[in-house]
Write a protein that binds this ligand. Structure first.
Ligand code: IPT
Length: 270
């Protein structure tokens, strides 16, 4: 049997670690994995990736590409009798999916900062084109609003470290210095750490930073990054298990599985 994996850009750390986890778990189950990657966002690029996997006659399709509800529906239809499992869609979507809980992640980050006494919190969100970026951002805003708080600044990056560096450099140049920054992924947090250090400020003494993902390198940032852990090994295990079930029981009811995330406290928050 062969599983197709349609994935967003593997030069990003999270998708590459997810792909590695799927590949290694599938190998243990004696399933082959073929990968098709899209560098662009949007439905057309996702369709092309999926068509190339269908042409290779895969038995099931795991889709780790950010998709709006209607986009995911149309891709599931494109797969016809090949079962499709989505990893980057809204948990509300009526489709087979395995997703990390974006709300829980957002709430854990905000709660950690509030416990430390922070009130001036800036947000560095991921790209608007990504569903999970939007859900994390909305989760932060809701968690702040529950405490009658509002973000002191809102920034948007493209998930890359460089974009985090540029956004936070600009913020600090404008003379805004929040007490803490919630960042939508670890790569942008890495760039944020550089921007803060270059401005002559210290993490966490002057500004606290929280990332999101807990990719393999994040414990080695300077200082080691406090972050929201998405356990990619668990995602690999669960998504391969689900895919095998779906291949063997094509008539099983549609199900959306929500995986918990957790706060990992290291040295960037105080
Ligand atoms: C999501 C990551 O959290 C983020 O850092 C970025 O790499 C993004 O993927 C790329 O699409 S994880 C996804 C399963 C929601």
């Amino acid at each position: 049997h062969t599983i197709g994996l349609a994935t967003s850009d593997l030069s990003l750390h999270a998708p590459s670690q997810i792909a590695a986890a799927i590949k290694s778990r599938a190998g243990e189950e004696r399933f082959n994995v073929v990968i098709s990657m899209t560098e662009k966002s949007g439905l057309e690029a996702a369709k092309a990736a999926i068509n190339s996997l269908l042409a290779q006659r895969v038995d099931g399709m795991i889709v780790n590409i950010p998709l709006q509800d209607e986009e995911a529906q149309s891709l599931a239809a494109l797969c016809q009798d090949v079962p499709a499992l989505f990893l980057d869609v809204s948990p509300q979507l009526d489709a087979n999916s395995v997703i990390f809980d974006p709300d829980q992640g957002a709430r854990l980050g905000v709660a950690h900062l509030l416990e430390l006494g922070h009130r001036e919190i800036a947000l560095l969100a991921g790209p608007r084109s990504s569903v999970s970026a939007r859900l994390r951002f909305e989760g932060w805003q809701q968690a702040l609003a529950q405490q009658q708080l509002q973000a002191t600044a809102v920034m948007e990056g493209d998930w890359s470290a460089l974009s985090g560096y540029q956004q936070v450099t600009r913020l600090l140049k404008e003379g805004l210095q929040p007490g803490a920054i919630l960042v939508a992924n670890d790569q942008m947090a890495l760039g944020a750490l550089r921007a803060i250090t270059e401005a002559g400020l210290k993490v966490p003494h002057d500004i606290s930073v929280i990332g999101y993902d807990d990719t393999a390198d994040s414990a080695c940032f300077i200082p080691p990054l406090t972050t929201i852990k998405q356990d990619f090994r668990t995602l690999g295990k669960n998504s391969v298990a689900r895919m095998i079930e779906m291949i063997h029981q094509p008539d099983a009811p549609i199900r959306s599985d929500l995986l918990p995330v957790s706060l990992v406290v290291r040295k960037t928050t105080a």
